[in-house]
Design a protein around this ligand. Structure first.
Ligand code: SF4
Length: 376
């Protein structure tokens, strides 16, 4: 089973924290869609089309900058070229693009899941993040979404903003819960050097919050969502039972996926596991036949470490049996000792060859993962 990711790089404006590949010029949209259709057709009759496609994901950028007809054309081309048996087709959208007609058009085109970039309902935070939408648009799009035929949807929140208080986050969660979301992604704001926020932090104009403030907000999310039957299943992802995102989960377990569009990553493991990224430049993408960057061959050691990294960020955790059979990787004595120590500290559970981080372990997941990997 494989997944297809389509990168739609258009955004209305640059959010202050974002280092994804995007452009704010909109005039290339038609040309871009034509080129994307061509990139899909280039896969015709290749081995990549033999595996059934289980998930399709329109990410960005802002995929809702495209019209329903354009999304429809992309899906139709995918159907013609690939063996599409998708149980999940997701499109990321921003609140200021969404209307009732747009949602029903997408549903008719075959989308099964909507992903709404809310981030916050607090006007001062939306302004700080330089988001294109305001509080009313965020509320209105969720109303439209609840009234639409999308049973599966998710909303994104961002926490850990400089000066963001726990009360502000609690209010955001409360407001979101009014719309009974089956899935929520909540990301702690990261300061990326090449962004406006990164520059301001570098110049000392803004101070990122202390780690313990961010850790408290991380815990708050779980406390507030749990009573509503929405559980954390990965560091940044929460859902009602059975509503977990399939597409993202397949990244975490090294399923095959193809990334189309500028800057998109692909991972494919047939005889040899490899990864490549399309050149992150829309002008190059629209004018060149050759859009794939260099292919990186991945060693079993690298893959095993990635699997540990991604697996330990999930509630399900990981099992040494899988590490051995898929990657030929066994944990050594020092690593077992470390896992035992983390279990004693209440940060990890260890059952036979299975291990997973607890809530208090997930707060410092990155540090634990790094320790564990470097002990090998
Ligand atoms: S809308 Fe999304 S992709 Fe575009 S700039 Fe903002 S965060 Fe980045």
């Amino acid at each position: 089973m494989s997944g297809i990711y389509l990168h739609i790089p258009f955004c209305k404006q640059a959010c202050s924290y974002c280092d994804f590949y995007f452009v704010t010029r909109q005039e290339l949209r038609e040309q871009y869609v034509e080129r994307l259709l061509q990139e899909i057709r280039n896969y015709r009759d290749t081995d990549y089309t033999e595996e059934p496609v289980q998930t399709i994901y329109f990410g960005g950028g802002t995929p809702s900058r495209l019209g329903v007809k354009q999304i429809d054309a992309i899906l139709a081309e995918l159907q013609r070229v690939f063996n599409v048996q998708a149980s999940e087709i997701t499109l990321e959208m921003n609140p200021d693009d969404v209307t009732a007609d747009y949602l029903s058009g997408l549903k008719q085109a075959g989308l099964t899941r909507a992903s709404m970039g809310v981030q916050s309902f607090q006007p001062e935070l939306l302004e700080f993040m330089h988001r294109a939408h305001n509080r009313d648009e965020a509320l209105q799009c969720l109303e439209l979404l609840s009234a639409s035929k999308f049973q599966s949807f998710t909303a994104d929140l961002i926490y850990g903003n400089p000066n963001q208080t726990a009360e502000q986050l609690a209010r955001d969660i409360d407001l979101l819960l009014q719309f009974d979301p089956p899935h929520i992604s909540a990301y702690s704001l990261t300061v990326e050097p090449r962004t406006r926020l990164g520059k301001q932090v570098e110049l000392g104009r803004i101070n990122p919050p202390e780690d313990d403030i961010v850790a408290d907000q991380f815990a708050l999310l779980n406390e507030q969502l749990k009573p509503h039957g929405i559980h954390r299943y990965e560091v940044s992802n929460y859902s009602k039972p059975g509503m977990e995102a399939v597409h993202n989960s397949s990244y975490w377990s090294h399923e095959n996926y193809l990334g189309l569009g500028p800057g998109a990553h692909s991972f494919w493991w047939d005889e040899k596991p490899r990864r490549w990224q399309n050149v992150a430049d829309i002008n190059h993408y629209c004018s060149s036949e050759d859009v794939a960057g260099e292919t990186e061959q991945l060693s079993m050691q690298e893959l095993a470490e990635e699997r540990i990294m991604m697996g330990l960020r999930t509630k399900k955790g990981i099992t040494e049996t899988e590490l051995k059979s898929r990657y030929g990787y066994s944990l050594n004595e020092k690593q077992w000792g470390y896992l035992q120590k983390k279990q004693d500290e209440g940060r990890l559970t260890l059952k036979g060859s299975d291990f997973a981080l607890t809530e208090t372990g997930l707060v410092i997941a990155d540090a634990i993962i790094l320790d564990l990997i470097t002990l090998h």
